[in-house]
Write a protein that binds this ligand. Structure first.
Ligand code: SF4
Ligand code: SF4
Ligand code: SF4
Length: 359
């Protein structure tokens, strides 16, 4: 099939300009969505900075609980964003009983909000909010500038597909263990256990005092992410796999107009998931993170955009706006209705920490 680049212009229907009239040049087209990556980085870094503040506040709370004095430091509810397994267990109980988890209510809110973003805006949670995604893309940026100075070598398709399946296997394991095999009594026992109450403190200890094996695994993941684009998110994260499956119901997707396309492939090179955008009419892949890097990189006017089936193209800004709006909406409703902060006395945390030998 010939590309538009193959078409050669025929004889001009217009007469040559008079030598007295200066030739008019058409202004070079500037992609109106070129600012998308910069705005995305700003949003991602702002959220990362917010979570670092949350972590710092939690470290102070944790230290206060480990002491003997009355605890005057507030526990930041957003720390529960780091407890996706507890959130999955709590979500199952919520759907079975209508009971909102009282131990990690913010964790359940964030988990359901992330799922909701996938239903409306593909995996935009991954590309605009998740701090691990931010670090992964930062490593991609470093790898391109230090190792692959010109261009990332694409992972061959025969390897990419089975590797991408690993995260679905991990997701299948968690879904089977929690959603299918875990009875309601076991769920109640899990959610009320001291281990669950102190899960965030356990997580802190995991990163604050890493074992040699943890350092080796994290170092290996960083090294792989420098040479394989977006490796953790593309191949290993079960959370991303779940959001990818939910995104199949999303009404929006990137669409390409083949008549406007010049086959430059800048879109495919910009894609963190190495989706061949230049060869698709619509990007309906579970790997699409809604980052809009492809749209921002497109070199042809009105070629790449965001659309809902059967509608005209929308501005690509609708994807981050919808994702951020859903996240903020869930947070605001949960706060206003008392489903955000756990009403658990500091003494209960102190009891759990001491019981589990934390600190
Ligand atoms: S794939 Fe996982 S780690 Fe990566 S951005 Fe998405 S949720 Fe975060
Ligand atoms: S297809 Fe476009 S929006 Fe989707 S992940 Fe690739 S670059 Fe991002
Ligand atoms: S960047 Fe735009 S013009 Fe170039 S191949 Fe992709 S869709 Fe076509």
């Amino acid at each position: 099939m010939s590309s538009p680049l193959d078409r050669r212009p025929g004889p001009s229907p217009h007469p040559p300009p008079s030598p007295d009239v200066a030739p008019r040049r058409e202004a070079r087209w500037v992609n109106p969505h070129g600012a998308l990556p910069r705005v995305r980085w700003a949003v991602q870094l702002a959220y990362l900075a917010f979570l670092l503040l949350v972590a710092w506040q939690f470290v102070r709370f944790h230290a206060a609980v480990l002491g003997d004095a009355p605890v005057t430091v507030a526990r930041p509810p957003a720390v529960e964003a780091f407890l996706p397994i507890a959130a999955l267990v709590a979500a199952k109980r919520f759907f079975l009983t209508g009971y909102w988890d009282a131990v990690h209510p913010a964790g359940l809110t964030i988990f359901l909000a992330a799922l909701a973003t996938a239903f409306v805006a593909r995996k935009a949670f991954c590309s605009w909010i998740c701090p691990v995604g931010t670090i992964s893309r930062a490593l991609e940026w470093v790898g391109r500038r230090t190792i692959w100075r010109r261009r990332w070598p694409a992972v061959p398709r025969w390897l990419d597909l089975p590797l991408a399946g690993v995260k679905y296997l991990l997701l299948g394991f968690f879904l089977w263990t929690v959603v299918v095999a875990m009875p309601l009594e076991a769920i109640d026992g899990f959610l009320r256990a001291p281990f669950n109450l102190a899960a965030d403190a356990k997580m802190l200890a995991f990163f604050a005092h890493p074992s040699a094996a943890v350092v080796a695994v994290l170092g290996g993941l960083v090294a792989i992410s420098l040479v394989v684009k977006h490796a953790w998110c593309r191949y290993l994260c079960p959370y991303g796999a779940l959001l990818g499956l939910a995104s199949l119901l999303s009404p929006v997707s990137v669409r390409r107009d083949p008549d406007a396309c010049n086959d430059c492939r800048a879109c495919t090179r910009a894609c963190p998931s190495e989706i061949p955008v230049h060869a698709r009419l619509r990007v309906l892949s579970t790997e699409c993170t809604g980052c809009m890097s492809c749209v921002a990189a497109c070199t042809a006017r009105d070629c790449l955009g965001v659309t809902r089936r059967g509608t005209r193209a929308w501005t690509p800004w609708v994807v981050p706006a919808a994702a951020l709006g859903v996240m903020l909406g869930f947070w605001a409703i949960a706060r206003a209705t008392g489903f955000w902060e756990a009403a658990i006395p500091a003494e209960a945390y102190r009891f759990a920490y001491r019981l589990l030998g934390i600190g």
